[in-house]
Design a protein around this ligand. Sequence first.
Ligand code: KG4
Ligand code: ZN
Length: 338
Amino acid sequence: MKILALETSCDETAAAVLDGTRLRANVIASQDIHIVYGGVVPELASRAHMQKVSQVVRRALDEAGTTLAEIDAFAVTCGPGLAGSLLVGLSFAKGLALSQRKPLIGINHLEGHLFSATLEHPHLEPPFLALIVSGGHTLLVLVHDVARYEILGQTIDDAAGEAFDKVAKILGLPYPGGPSVQKAAEQGDPLAESFPVAKIKGRPYDFSFSGLKTAVLYRWRALAESAQEQSLADIAASFQHAVIQALVPKISRAVKKHGLGSVVIAGGVARNSALRAAVLEAGQRDGFEAYIPAGEFCTDNAAMIAQVAALRLARGEQSDFSLVARPQMDLAGERARK
Ligand code: KG4
Ligand code: ZN
């Protein structure tokens, strides 16, 4: 079974070809146009998707050494994400499926992140605990099975990636914030500043990052003129440390409570090297196996969409052509299908 998947939910135009369990192509075209604005501009994102989608699909087919006619099913992210961006991928995938008379399947972007680690670890099967840490989401999920997800906790304000992006802006570091903060943090002392790690009463698995961001802002302002390069590095490192302290103990706690042996970390923030190291260390200490995808499978990609499509198609599922984009779609139950 050869699946061509498309992902255009935010600012990456991505296409992948999955052939059985082998990933034949994983093409990701990032959109540099947003850098000058310091964040994703939705109208520009959808326009860039329109300009790129056709060539990204062509490249994926070429890399996979296959043709459209040989594709058995077309998968596409139908939510959550930016409405205009989702529509580009959805319309394109519908056109391909219609013209080739092959099945179409809409996939939940978050479900893609949940299963992203199985691309490199095919033996990894539910049940497992998954932490999605991206620009739009921070979710701790108990994956009982495909389509059976229990959300243990989520952010009550900013997402973890959003906090990285906002702190980068405060410190005058370039967009996207995550990689810039990580780079600055490499020269800093994570214990130089003690930033708050939010605890939410009665909700042990929920997260909050907006107080942390404000604490960074006040500290940075207080330093004002006297700020040295070292203070910036120390603040970045201490902020990163606080984020890790907000995430990792909750993983260990959930693993113990639910008697799990495997933990997946997914989403753009899972690229963060300090977080990766902290999760691996917690795994050794608390007796769980940590599965953290390679960088290209952490940030948005179509390979993870193809992977979920394979699981869902194997269960006899597919979408019809009335499939719509669902910008607010969540993990709690509803399927991507119409
Ligand atoms: O999963 P993703 O590509 O897109 C969403 O679905 O949101 O995640 C993007 C987020 C951004 O907020 C970016 O700053 C963050 O992931 N990110 C990082 C790193 N690389 C990307 N955050 C921390 N450290 C990194 N190395
Ligand atoms: Zn994502």
